[in-house]
Design a protein around this ligand. Structure first.
Ligand code: C2O
Ligand code: CU
Ligand code: CU
Length: 478
C-alpha cells in the first residue's frame, strides 16, 4: 500500500494562518547542497568517545552579496553532524564562545535531566565550558542538538544553533539501508529564513508569537540547493528544523519513497508514501529509489508547490534492494485498566498559548512519574478546527509510543518511537510514556515561539530509592 495523503487536518495547516509567510524562490543561483561535516572526536577508545561542541558566531554566504551573521556549533551556521554509538560512553565539552548564555539540548536523546539533557536549567555562560557525560542507551535514530535557553530558544535556533545527531547501533547496521554519509545517507535540515538589508537576519523584526517564518527555504544552510545523485538509492534523514513552518513534502512525478525511521529510530515496518508532512522538530528517515531515472534527469523535492532541492541524476550502479517486511523490534509495555492516565492540555494561540491552563515556570515542577512505570498520556489540543493550529507536542528525555488519535489508529508512520507528535485541533493523542533516566524534563509545543511563550511544563522522573534535589534556574538567576 502506498499512502498518498498528508494525514493532518487540512483546515489547520499553517497556510491558513493570518501570519503565514509563503515561501518564494530565492534570487540566488543554484548551489550544491551543503553537507555538514562529521564532528571528529577529540579522543576515542573502545568504550569511550570524547567530543567538544562549540557554540560560536560566524558568517555564512546564503545569498549573492554580503554574508549573513550567523551562529553555529563548530560551524558558522548549524553544526557538524555528531555520531553516537549505542553502548559507548560519551564525554562532551560544551563550549560557549558566544556573547550570551546558551544551552546544548539533545533533542530525542535518552539521558538524565536536567543537566545532561541541556534544557533551560543547564546554562553555559559566555567564555565557559561545561562537561557532560552519558552512556548512549537507545536504538539507532536521527536526533538533533539545539540551543534551549528559555525564553530565547527560538531566537538562538533562528540564528543557527541546531545540528543533526545520529545514533548508530548493530541492529540498524544489519539492515539493507544506504549509510555512506554524504554520498547516499544525507541529512536534510529544513528551515526557512527572512533576509533583511545587507542579507542579515533580524529575528525581532520578524517576530510572530505563533512562530517566526521567512520566505526563503534554507536546506542544511543552503539556499536553492541541488544534490548530485550517484547511487540508485539514497537515504534522507529529514529534520524539520524550522521554528514554525510545516513541510508538506513530495517529489516531482509523485515519486514514491519509503519511510524507514521516525524520531526515535527505525520503524517496525517500512511505509510507502508519495506525500509526507512533518511538523516542527519531527524527523523522518526515507529511502528514495531513483532507479527509473537516467543521467541528466532532474528530480525535485517540493513542499506544497515550492521546490526545495533539485536532485541531479548521474550514472549509478543498479541496486535492486527489497527491504525486509519487518525492520525493527519496538517494545510495547503492557497497560492495564489501572494504568494512570496523565492529561496534558495545549490551548490558545499567539500570546495566549498555555499548557494545562498555565504558562511555563522554571521553578515549578508540574508532574512526577516514577522511573520505569508506564503511563498513558492524553495530549489534548483545544484549538478550534477552523482557524486552529497543529501543535507539535514534544517530551524531553524519552521516546514515547503513539497509541491513538481520538481513539483511532495513529498514522501509518507512527508505529515506531517518537519524541514529537503533531496534535490536530480538537484532537486527543494518546501516548505510552515511560522514563528510564531520572531528572527534571520539559514537555512542550515545539513551535519554538509557543515554547518560549510558555506552552511548556516540566516533570520530575524519580527513583524512589534515590531521591534527588534539583537546582532549578529562574529568570533572575540567569
Ligand atoms: Cu527540541 Cu525542548 O526541545
Ligand atoms: Cu527536546
Ligand atoms: Cu503550539
Amino acid at each position: 500500500k502506498v499512502y498518498t495523503d498528508y494525514f493532518f487536518d487540512e483546515p489547520a495547516y499553517n497556510v491558513h494562518d493570518g501570519g503565514y509567510v509563503p515561501l518564494k524562490k530565492a534570487a540566488a543561483a543554484p548551489s550544491q547542497l551543503r553537507i555538514p561535516p562529521l564532528l571528529k572526536p577529540d579522543k576515542e577508545t573502545r568504550s569511550d568517545t570524547y567530543y567538544t561542541v562549540t557554540a560560536q558566531a560566524g558568517e555564512t554566504q546564503f545569498l549573492p552579496g554580503e554574508k549573513t551573521k550567523t551562529w553555529g556549533f563548530g560551524l558558522p551556521f548549524l553544526g557538524k553532524t555528531i555520531i553516537f554509538e549505542k553502548g559507548k560512553s560519551v564525554h562532551i565539552n560544551l563550549q560557549n564562545k558566544l556573547s550570551e548564555l546558551t544551552t546544548f539540548h539533545w533533542h530525542g536523546l535518552n539521558v538524565s535531566g536536567p543537566i545532561v539533557d541541556g534544557g533551560c536549567h543547564a546554562p553555559v555562560y559566555p567564555a565557559e565550558t561545561n562537561k557532560i557525560a552519558f552512556k548512549v542507551d537507545q536504538p539507532a535514530a536521527t536526533l538533533w542538538l539545539h540551543a534551549h535557553p528559555c525564553p530565547s530558544t527560538a531566537e538562538q535556533v533562528w540564528k543557527g544553533l541546531a545540528a543533526m545527531v545520529i545514533v548508530k547501533d548493530k541492529a540498524e547496521s544489519k539492515l539493507p539501508f544506504p549509510r555512506k554519509y554524504g554520498v547516499d545517507d544525507i541529512p536534510l535540515i529544513l528551515q526557512d529564513r527572512k533576509f533583511h538589508a545587507h542579507n542579515q537576519l533580524d529575528y525581532n523584526a520578524d517576530y510572530d508569537p505563533d512562530g517566526v517564518q521567512g520566505p526563503t527555504a534554507v536546506i542544511n544552510g543552503t539556499v536553492n540547493p541541488y544534490f548530485d545523485v550517484t547511487t540508485q538509492r539514497v537515504r534522507f534523514r529529514i529534520l524539520n528544523g524550522a521554528n514554525r513552518r510545516e513541510w508538506r513534502l513530495h517529489f516531482s512525478d509523485d515519486l514514491q519513497f519509503t519511510q524507514i525511521g521516525s524520531d526515535g529510530g527505525i520503524l517496525p515496518e517500512p511505509v510507502a508514501f508519495t506525500h509526507l508532512m512533518l511538523t516542527c522538530a519531527e524527523r523522518a528517515e526515507i529511502i528514495v529509489d531513483f532507479g527509473k531515472y537516467h543521467p541528466g534527469d532532474e528530480v525535485t523535492l517540493y513542499t506544497d508547490d515550492v521546490p526545495l532541492v533539485t536532485f541531479k541524476i548521474h550514472e549509478f550502479e543498479p541496486a535492486e534492494v527489497k527491504l525486509p517486511e519487518h525492520l525493527a523490534e519496538i517494545p510495547n509495555p503492557e497497560v492495564t485498566p489501572d494504568t494512570p492516565i496523565h492529561r496534558v492540555v495545549m490551548s490558545g494561540m499567539d500570546e495566549e498559548v498555555m499548557l494545562d491552563g498555565k504558562k511555563f515556570d522554571m521553578q515549578r515542577i508540574d508532574a512526577k512519574q516514577k522511573i520505569g512505570s508506564v503511563e498513558l498520556w492524553d495530549i489534548v489540543n483545544t484549538n478550534q478546527k477552523e482557524g486552529g493550529m497543529v501543535h507539535p507536542y514534544h517530551m524531553h528525555g524519552i521516546q514515547f509510543l503513539v497509541v491513538s488519535r481520538n481513539g483511532h489508529a495513529p498514522y501509518p508512520n507512527e508505529h515506531g518511537f517518537k519524541d514529537t507528535v503533531g496534535v490536530n485541533p480538537r484532537e486527543t493523542v494518546r501516548l505510552k510514556v515511560w522514563y528510564d533516566k531520572p531528572g527534571v524534563f520539559m514537555y512542550h509545543c515545539h513551535i519554538i515561539e509557543h515554547e518560549d511563550g510558555g506552552m511548556m511544563a516540566q516533570i520530575e522522573a524519580y527513583d524512589p530509592k534515590h531521591p534527588q534535589t534539583y537546582k532549578l534556574m529562574d529568570m533572575e538567576t540567569l
